[in-house]
Write a protein that binds this ligand. Structure first.
Ligand SMILES: Nc1nc2c(ncn2[C@@H]2O[C@H](COP(=O)(O)OP(=O)(O)OP(=O)(O)O)[C@@H](O)[C@H]2O)c(=O)[nH]1
Ligand SMILES: [Mg+2]
Length: 294
C-alpha cells in the first residue's frame, strides 16, 4: 500500500513556493510572478506517484500585514501549518533577522520541517549554498536541508524521498484525477490576475482583485463565454489597467485567454470589466467577498 499525507509549503514572499508546488505536481496549479505577495490564499496541489499521494498546500508569503487582506493572507499561511505531516520551509538567501518571524511559528508547531533552499540555479558558486546552509544551522532541528531549483526541477527525487518519510501508509485522501481544491472559476480569475501582475507596476498589482461574474457555454460557437470583473482601489489604477485606447486591457485579455484555453483545453471567449472599489483591501467584508477571507 502507498503512503499519503499533507505537506505545507511556507516561506517569505517571492522565494518560489508556488513555482515549487507547480513543478512538483507537474501542472500549473498556482499563479506565480516576480512581484511579492502573489499568492493570496491556501492552494492545494496533489501529486500521485508510485501509489503515493502527496497533498501539497501552497500558502501566501509570510509578512507583517498592513491591511485586512494581508491579515487574512497571514492567517491562511499560519493555519495551513496546523494538522499537517510535514512542512517545507522555502528560502532563497541566508538567514536574516526577518526570518525569525517564520522560525518562531515553525518552532511553535514543532512539525517535521525540511528546509528547502530554492533558486540554486541562480547561485554562482557552490559555496553560496554552503553559506545559506550554515546560516540556518542550529536554528531548528531540520529534518533535512535540501537545495533545489524549482525552475529546473533539480534534486526533486531527494526532496520527495525526504517528504515520504513523514507520510503514512493507508488509503489515499483524494481520487487520482483530483489535482487541486480550486474551482475552475477561481483558477481562471487567478490566471487573469497573473497577467495583470506581469503587465503593471508599483502599487497596481497589489490593489487588484479578479472575480468571474458569469460563465456560460455557447453551444452555437462551441465556446465558453466568461465575463470577469477586475477590481482596483482607485480611478487612476482603473486608467492604468484599461490603458490608452483600451490597449492594456486588450493585452491582459489576450494573454489570459490563451493560457486559459491551454490549461483547460477549452475555447474561451473572455470579456473583462474594470470597477473601482475604494480601499477594498482594508475592508474585511469585501476581502471575504472577493474570495480571500475565511
Ligand atoms: N531562477 C529561479 N527563479 C525562480 C525559481 N523558483 C521561482 N523563481 C522565480 O521567483 C519568482 C517568485 O516565484 P513564486 O513562485 O511566485 O514565489 P512565491 O514564494 O510563491 O511568492 P508569493 O506567492 O508572493 O509568496 C518568480 O519570478 C519565479 O519565476 C527557481 O528555482 N529559480
Ligand atoms: Mg506564491
Amino acid at each position: 500500500m502507498g503512503k499519503s499525507g499533507f505537506i505545507t509549503i511556507v516561506g517569505k514572499p517571492n522565494v518560489g513556493k508556488s513555482t515549487l508546488l507547480n513543478a512538483l505536481v507537474g501542472e500549473k496549479i498556482a499563479i506565480t510572478s516576480p512581484k511579492v505577495q502573489t499568492t493570496r490564499y491556501r492552494i492545494t496541489g496533489i501529486l500521485n506517484e508510485d501509489d503515493n499521494q502527496f497533498i501539497f498546500i501552497d500558502t501566501p508569503g509570510m509578512h507583517k500585514p498592513s491591511h485586512s487582506l494581508g491579515k487574512q493572507m497571514d492567517k491562511a499561511a499560519t493555519e495551513a501549518m496546523a494538522d499537517v505531516d510535514c512542512v517545507l520551509w522555502v528560502v532563497d538567501q541566508p538567514f536574516k533577522k526577518s526570518d525569525e518571524f517564520i522560525l518562531n511559528r515553525i518552532k511553535h508547531e514543532g512539525l517535521p520541517t525540511i528546509l528547502v533552499i530554492n533558486k540554486i540555479d541562480e547561485l554562482e558558486k557552490k559555496s553560496d549554498i554552503d553559506e545559506i546552509i550554515i546560516s540556518f544551522m542550529g536554528k531548528y532541528e531540520f529534518d533535512e536541508i535540501i537545495p533545489v531549483s524549482a525552475k529546473d526541477k533539480t534534486h526533486f527525487v531527494h526532496l520527495k524521498n525526504a517528504i515520504l518519510k513523514h507520510l503514512y501508509e493507508g488509503p489515499q485522501f483524494y481520487p487520482e484525477d483530483y489535482v487541486t481544491d480550486q474551482s475552475k472559476d477561481a483558477r481562471m480569475a487567478e490566471l487573469i490576475r497573473e497577467k495583470i501582475l506581469y503587465a503593471t507596476e508599483q502599487e497596481v498589482p497589489h490593489s487588484v482583485a479578479v472575480m468571474i461574474e458569469t460563465m456560460k457555454v455557447n453551444e452555437e460557437l462551441n465556446t465558453l463565454d466568461v465575463d470577469a470583473l477586475i477590481i482596483v482601489e482607485r480611478d487612476s489604477q482603473k486608467g492604468i489597467i484599461i490603458g490608452k485606447n483600451g490597449e492594456m486591457l486588450k493585452k491582459i485579455g489576450t494573454q489570459a485567454r490563451k493560457e486559459i484555453n491551454k490549461i483547460f483545453d477549452l475555447k474561451v471567449h473572455l470579456t473583462l470589466w474594470v470597477k473601482v472599489k475604494k480601499d477594498w483591501r482594508n475592508d474585511p467584508q469585501t476581502v471575504t467577498r472577493y474570495g480571500y477571507g475565511d
